[in-house]
Design a protein around this ligand. Structure first.
Ligand code: KIV
Ligand code: NA
Length: 264
């Protein structure tokens, strides 16, 4: 039996071969990603990508659990990390533990991720000491977009760097096993990577991070608009469009189903 990548294995990759990760929200794409990624994130970006929401604020815990289960079922190799959605962990370490334990029990995932730096350190320690591995997430944290005034690249002003570096140190010190660094200028991402002894996972950050992550649907070309940091490795939007339009045409022309597609 293939054993899944473990949290200590990811943790041990600091400064080593780059960690490969992508998001996935459902079984069939996860099965493909599973053959290449070290870990798969069931990101709360699913609210926007899969469910048409304007932000991740409205994502309920049950939706994360539903998608988390699908991804765990579809995979056998990668570590599965599930995002804690807005409102499910910030209030107190007790609340965070209760909801993170529910996620782990009901999805059988291997770890959770939550947003926030120094302010979440106490919670990260509380969870880790009680058996829940935590991946942290700093820099541009989409669940705080209302406070930040939108999805804004962080660290453009050098006098803000120290607080981001403090955040990274605080979550590492609290026991996070890895750290997503999102939407920060490259030199700040490099300083963060150098400042902590846990792997940094970059998205819109730097090639020098210990790993990279992208939203799968973005890199596959399913979203017409993507931010600058997304490289489109595929062009699935137009491919799906062609398939659907060919189907519609053939149904209207009564050329589908053809002889091969009917039972005689
Ligand atoms: O929700 C998500 O997809 C994420 C990644 C972009 C890191 O948090
Ligand atoms: Na997220």
């Amino acid at each position: 039996p293939v054993r899944r990548t473990t949290v200590p294995q990811i943790r041990a990759r600091k400064g080593g071969a780059p960690i490969v990760s992508l998001t996935s929200y459902h079984a069939h794409t996860a099965a493909i990603v599973d053959r290449y990624a070290d870990f798969i994130l069931v990101g709360d970006s699913l609210g926007m990508v899969m469910h048409g929401m304007d932000s991740t604020i409205g994502v309920p815990l049950d939706l994360m659990i539903m998608h988390g289960r699908a991804v765990v079922r579809g995979t056998s190799r990668a570590l599965i990390v599930v995002d804690m959605p807005f409102g499910s962990y910030e209030e107190s370490p007790n609340m965070a533990f209760r909801n993170a334990a529910k996620v782990m029990k009901e999805t059988q995932c291997g770890a959770v991720k939550l947003e926030g730096g120094a302010r979440m350190a106490e919670t990260i320690r509380f969870l880790t000491e009680r058996g829940i591995p935590v991946m942290a997430h700093i820099g541009l944290t989409p669940q705080s977009s209302h406070v930040m005034g939108g999805f804004k690249t962080q660290g453009r002003e050098e006098d803000t760097w120290a607080s981001h570096i403090d955040d990274a140190r605080a979550v590492a010190e609290a026991g996070a096993f890895a750290l997503v660094v999102e939407g920060v200028v490259e030199p700040l991402a490099d300083k963060i990577t150098a400042a902590v002894d846990i792997p940094t996972i970059g998205i819109g950050a730097s090639v020098n991070c210990d790993g990279q992550i992208l939203v799968l649907e973005d890199m596959l070309g399913l979203n017409p608009w993507v931010p600058k940091f997304v490289k489109k490795y595929g062009d699935l939007g137009p491919a799906i469009e062609h398939a659907v339009s060919d189907y519609a045409e053939e149904v209207r022309a009564r050329s589908f189903p053809a002889k091969d597609h009917v039972y005689r």
